[in-house]
Design a protein. Structure first.
Length: 94
């Protein structure tokens, strides 16, 4: 799905429009957008699923922005190591 490709793109231009498309899909009440939402959540043939990829990438971007906020806009100090933890959604199911 192009939405997931855009959000995982390193290009900020594509990422911006992918998030705008996601916002439109989330708020729309049209039948065609409902079908796109169902396809996004139901696509379990990929490993990881499209929804898991979308959620992981979005959390990664939020983490980067939060670290930037904590540094008050300053660039990361040289030699700083960044640890990234991934949680599989399958591990979270009780």
């Amino acid at each position: 799905m192009t939405l997931v490709s855009g959000i995982t793109s390193p290009d900020a231009y594509y990422k911006h429009f992918a998030y705008a498309e996601l916002q439109h899909l989330a708020q729309s009440t049209e039948e065609k957008d409902s079908k796109h939402r169902i396809a996004l959540f139901a696509a379990q043939k990929y490993n990881p699923s499209m929804w898991a990829t979308l959620a992981r990438e979005t959390l990664r971007v939020l983490g980067e922005d939060y670290r930037l906020l904590l540094r008050r806009g300053a660039p990361p100090a040289s030699g700083t190591r960044v640890f990234v933890f991934y949680i599989r959604f399958a591990d979270m199911i009780v």
